[in-house]
Design a protein around this ligand. Structure first.
Ligand code: NDP
Length: 463
């Protein structure tokens, strides 16, 4: 027994914090956890989960269209935004309940309050002003949407937080950013019938993804009717006399829209957390600096997930939390493995990707073999939809290892998860070649691309 009231106190009840608190409590540790908003954090309450539900909702318009080619006549359809939001809220409440139940069953003490560090062992529970002490502390407070507060009229804009609960579905929306959130929400709103424009400062959306996926997705989104403006940013937003928004862009365009959503990245939630008082260092962007075992500059204080401003993905935060438990309580210092993290963008069509893009691989390896296929998925034959699917394998010619796999098309996220196992295991192109195809599937392309589409030598494409 130590002199502290808790063996482990977790600040932040999101994916990382809840997992760590639950595991430590299940080990018999005295655990406290504090959350200022709702248990489940960004992912469950206003991120991945409600987003995916909205993605499903937004798919139906195309499904109804596609059904005709298969002989179905679908009657007049109507979409009810309020019903979607209410049903989403019910599901999120159910999941939040499960998170709380898991913590309670494991024996963690749950605080519904903001908590801040007073020093390196003391935490203030703001709702009661109580100060508690803990031997070890985990900071898992996540991030928040960049509010773009230097922009004129930023207070008239929304972020993804508000997008989930708008009182009315807008008739038109302008979304700023070219990353995950901007692209996913542009597709969601378009699918729900909103006139949608995306404005992105760079040359091409989704900067860190493989070029073929970026270009094909951009083209497909435009063909569906989403307007995409690249090389431009919003200069100002003003309320117009007709209660809409007048947006002036850096290229001098005047766009009139009903909503403007900023999706220009997320920043660590570290302001006012008492980090300085506890001696916890942060980097220039406000992210908590951690070592390979998720230890902060104070050895008994750990941090995981978005607050460390490294990989902002739920499964990574959960994995890091499990490493903290090993390090702190199992005498087994563990290092999270950030290599080959598969990821999906729930655009329409979807992106699923793992490993290096062609350009990244070209910077690392002398000779690459690129295997790629652009084709119309079978489902789109009778529906008449012209959308193309892209599959691409990036192979290091020297050892034949598949160093990148990239998919654009239906269920790409599901495929990326399975491909990630193969790439993580170090599979070579020969392993792919001797794998029997599953027919008829789209994924069979992955094991039937026998000759390279082209090679890349010292960064130059060779046909
Ligand atoms: P991203 O980092 O994906 O994208 C941010 C975008 O905003 C980039 O296009 C960036 O441009 C642009 N940007 C940044 N600063 C400015 C600025 N000052 N003015 C104009 N544009 C700017 O962040 P998101 O907000 O989309 O998402 C946050 C994180 O959440 C993601 O990184 C991802 O890790 C996670 N997430 C994951 C999802 C998934 O797994 N499906 C879904 C949603 C979010 P540039 O490209 O030029 O840097």
């Amino acid at each position: 027994m130590t002199d502290f009231e808790y063996d482990f106190f977790v600040i932040g009840g999101g994916s990382g914090g809840v997992r760590a608190a639950r595991l430590a409590a299940a080990m018999g540790k005295r655990v406290g956890i504090a959350e200022e908003f709702r248990y489940g954090g960004t992912c469950v309450i206003r991120g991945c989960v409600p987003k995916k539900l909205f993605v499903y909702a937004s798919h139906f318009a195309e499904e109804f269209e596609d059904a005709e080619g298969y002989g179905w006549s679908v009657g007049q359809s109507r979409f009810d935004w309020k019903k979607l939001v209410a049903n989403k809220d019910k599901e999120i409440a159910r999941l939040e309940g499960l998170y709380r139940k898991g913590l309670g069953n494991a024996g963690a003490e749950i605080f519904d309050s903001r908590a801040e560090l007073v020093d390196d062992h003391k935490i203030r529970i703001l709702s009661t002003n109580q100060i508690v002490t803990a031997d070890k502390i985990l900071i898992a407070v996540g991030g928040k949407a960049n509010p773009a507060d230097a922009m004129e009229g930023h207070e008239l804009t929304i972020t993804s937080n508000e997008a989930f609960d708008l009182a009315e579905l807008p008739k038109s929306i302008l979304i700023a950013g070219g990353g995950y959130i901007a692209v996913e929400f542009a597709n969601i709103f378009h699918g729900l019938g909103v006139e949608t424009t995306l404005i992105y400062r760079g040359v091409e959306i989704l900067k860190n993804f493989d070029r073929d996926l970026r270009l094909t997705l951009h083209k497909t989104m435009e063909e569906k009717g989403i307007r995409i403006l690249c090389g431009e940013v919003i200069n100002s937003v003003k309320r117009s006399a007709d209660d809409r928004l007048d947006v002036i862009t850096s290229a001098g365009k005047n766009l009139k829209v009903d909503q403007t959503m900023m999706a220009i990245g997320r920043i660590p939630n570290t302001a006012g957390l008492g980090l300085e008082a506890a001696g916890v260092d942060v980097d220039k962007a406000g992210g908590i600096v951690v070592d390979e075992h998720m230890r902060t500059s104070v050895g008994h204080i750990f941090a995981v997930g978005d607050v460390t401003n490294r990989v902002q993905l739920t499964p990574v935060a959960i994995h890091e939390a499990m490493c903290v438990i090993d390090t702190a309580f199992r005498d087994n210092p563990a290092t999270p493995d950030h290599d080959m993290i598969a990821t999906a963008v729930f655009s329409q069509p979807e992106i699923g990707t793992v490993g290096l893009s062609e350009d990244e691989a070209a910077g690392k390896f002398e000779t690459l073999e690129i295997y790629s296929a652009f084709f119309r998925p079978m489902k789109h034959t009778l529906s008449g939809r012209q959308e193309k699917m892209v599959m691409k394998l990036v192979v290091n010619a020297a050892d034949r290892r598949v160093v990148g796999a990239h998919i654009l098309g239906p269920d790409a996220g599901e495929l990326a998860q399975v491909l990630a196992i193969a790439l993580k295991a170090g599979c070579t192109k020969d392993d792919f070649d001797r794998t029997m195809a599953v027919h008829p599937t789209a994924a069979e392309e992955l094991v039937t691309m026998y000759s390279p589409s082209y090679t890349v030598v010292n960064g130059q494409r060779v046909e």
